[in-house]
Design a protein around this ligand. Structure first.
Ligand code: ADP
Length: 385
């Protein structure tokens, strides 16, 4: 095991966005050589990794070529060519999480079947092959309105999700194989990141609350720890632990959940990789989600997930109306606020609502962290020249 982190061990990370960059930085604490596969040679991880390999994570030949350059493969994105990963695995390459697990998660329909078969609480659903089938399901009340239509594949950050509150909304039904699921009366959206190593040991991070920007459908503010009764928190961590164990997953798994107005907990979706809802762990938890992923895939004991200090994380999104070379306004003012930790991903070009960075605010109380994060939100702006 030791040789994994004290030698010329080559860790391959598929895709080099901000998650890849933060993973590379965590790996740099050990003597690991990091290889990044990405189409964009200016991607956030390109300047920090040991070796940048240009290519698409969706292209069979690119993934095979990349896989053959490294000792172990992980990924920071779900949308990866599965056939290539399966071939690499058949050739003896170590890939964690494994391609078969990723294949289930890539398809929201297979995810829902997995929850149903394993009695994991998740909103009731039907599968529809196309738009016509969605309209027919609404007509026949196979699943009564209101409901949520989600494309089975390719959606992210709310893209590929359509809320159907009444018959009038059906004109906006999406075309494509979909999950149609009942609408939950949401009190809070929460997430739990759980890690599992090769010995089957599991460890959950503290439950977080997520507040969304309705316009962009991106997390606007993340609060850790979540202000919920101990019983609900225990349910959420128990569900996350059950899922990671049932999937036999080695790595980290982010489990997004809803707490409804009756305080019932429902699984929304899962992601088998580091997650936006775990950015704060870099500063506010003893072990970050990135170090934990490395421990899990290298089969080390998992690290402590004890909270060091309450925290609020806000995403730095490109301002609406700004499209071009990036400019940050208000950095100096924000750096002068105690407990404010600014992360800029190094993307050269901003676009409306593009994730350009994040800020974690640490404070002795959540109230203080929220107050400071509000100042940061007003002051720190991502515009263009
Ligand atoms: P994505 O994978 O694009 O992030 P999600 O499945 O997380 O899409 O859905 C995006 C948002 O839509 C959620 O954060 C939630 O606010 C809302 N949503 C999704 N499913 C439901 C549901 N069954 N009931 C109520 N709201 C939902």
């Amino acid at each position: 095991m030791e040789q994994l982190v004290t030698s010329d061990f080559k860790l391959g990370i598929i895709a080099g966005g901000q998650l890849g960059k933060m993973l590379v930085l965590a790996a740099s604490n050990w003597d690991v050589r990091t290889y990044i596969l990405d189409t964009d040679d200016h991607c956030p991880a390109a300047t920090s990794c040991t070796c940048f390999v240009q290519g698409s994570q969706l292209d069979y030949d690119d993934v095979i070529r990349f896989g053959n350059m490294v000792d172990l493969i992980t990924f920071e994105i779900e949308n990866v060519n599965i056939e290539a990963l399966k071939q690499l695995k058949a050739d003896g390459k170590k890939i964690y999480p494994e391609p078969e697990t990723l294949e289930i998660i890539q398809d929201k329909g297979l995810q829902k079947i997995f929850y149903r078969d394993n009695h994991i609480p998740s909103p009731r659903f039907v599968l529809c092959d196309n738009r016509e089938a969605v309209l027919a399901a609404a007509e026949r009340q196979t699943l009564p309105l209101p409901f949520v239509q989600k494309l089975r594949k390719g959606g992210y950050d709310g893209k590929g999700v359509a809320l159907m509150r009444s018959k009038d909304d059906l004109v906006d039904a999406l075309n494509g194989a979909s999950v149609v699921e009942s609408l939950i009366d949401i009190r809070k959206e929460i997430a739990v990141i759980v890690a599992r190593n090769g010995r089957g040991e599991t460890q959950c991070f503290p439950v977080v609350e997520m507040e969304f920007n309705d316009e962009a459908n991106l997390v606007e503010r993340l609060i850790c720890p979540a202000a919920l009764d101990a019983e609900i928190l225990a349910q959420a961590t128990d569900i996350a632990t059950r899922i990671v164990s049932l999937l036999n997953l080695r790595g980290v798994l982010a489990v997004e959940m809803f707490v409804d107005t009756n305080n019932a907990v429902w699984v929304n979706e899962i992601a088998p990789r580091p997650h936006n809802s775990g950015h704060h762990t870099i500063e506010s938890v003893v072990t970050s989600q990135f170090e934990q992923l490395l421990r899990a895939i290298f089969n080390f004991p998992l690290g402590s997930t004890q909270l060091k200090m309450p925290s609020v994380m806000i995403n730095l999104l490109g301002e609406p109306g700004c499209d071009g070379p990036v400019r940050y306004e208000g950095l100096t003012e924000c750096m002068s606020i105690g407990g404010v930790k600014i992360h800029l991903y190094g993307k050269k070009v901003t676009k409306p609502f593009r994730k350009m960075g994040h800020v974690t605010v640490l404070a002795p109380t959540i109230e203080e962290a929220i107050q400071k994060s509000d100042i940061v939100k007003r002051t720190l702006r991502v515009t263009s020249w």
